[in-house]
Design a protein around this ligand. Sequence first.
Ligand SMILES: [Zn+2]
Ligand SMILES: [Zn+2]
Length: 74
Amino acid sequence: MQCGKRQTDPAKGASPWARLVTKGQQVLLCPACQAADPLWQSRSDHCPMCDSTRLSVMLGSVVCRACGEIQTSE
Ligand SMILES: [Zn+2]
Ligand SMILES: [Zn+2]
């Protein structure tokens, strides 16, 4: 499900690319893929503490950007 396109560097402002973490892997979706699959957000992992999907992967751990919960994969 990872998009084959390369991410362009946005100069400023919000990137149209969506980031999601699914099964512990960070994935980027371009706007075309988001439009083609409106349910992409439902595949995102959820934070076990606050149920947010605002997750990012850092150094092999999944970090919740909403509440700061860190899930280590070990
Ligand atoms: Zn795409
Ligand atoms: Zn959280």
